[in-house]
Design a protein around this ligand. Structure first.
Ligand SMILES: [Zn+2]
Length: 165
């Protein structure tokens, strides 16, 4: 059985749950969107869960942010297809949903109240776009990427035996 992730915003106006095969908070994203919107320490951590199982209380408090992106990879400004859901009352970032991958929803680990399994190794991504003051805490066994890794969140969990069947 996949694990049930319970999450909420800071003010309690929004709470949600979603089932996940991939609950390990292993992937740290240092991109400017994650950092500005959600990652006070210089990065954000997205989990993977099954969008069909997402249940939300307080839907009327949810705002959706779609970032505009213009960088080396996208020289012409593009609007991200990713929908970053947040609480309009307190500002907490809750999850990302991208209709390009409709089966998944990506709760931010910071919004999760359930216990999460501690990953033995981590992946640091989008380091090309990290802020200069951020010193990634890269430990033995961690992998680092300037942009995105080839390996999916699901494949990482299977390789490291952290997949919850
Ligand atoms: Zn709130």
């Amino acid at each position: 059985m996949p694990v049930l992730l319970n999450g909420s915003c800071r003010c309690g106006g929004v709470s949600f749950e979603a089932a996940s095969h991939t609950p390990a908070p292993f992937m740290l994203c240092y991109c400017s969107i994650c950092r500005k919107q959600q990652g006070g320490g210089g990065y954000a951590i997205n989990l993977g869960a099954l969008s069909a199982t997402l249940k939300v209380k307080g839907k009327n408090r949810i705002g959706i942010y779609r970032a505009e992106i213009q960088d080396d990879e996208r020289p012409r400004c593009e609007r991200s297809t990713g929908e970053r859901n947040f609480c309009k009352s307190c500002g907490s970032a809750l999850w990302l949903y991208d209709p390009t991958w409709p089966d998944l929803v990506h709760p931010f680990a910071s919004a999760i109240d359930s216990e999460l399994p501690a990953p033995k190794q981590r992946v640091h991504i989008m380091l090309k776009y990290k802020a200069s003051w951020v010193e990634p805490n890269v430990r033995k066994g961690d992998r680092t990427f300037d942009l995105y890794p080839e390996e999916s969140i699901a494949d990482w969990h299977k390789r490291t035996r952290m997949w919850v069947a």
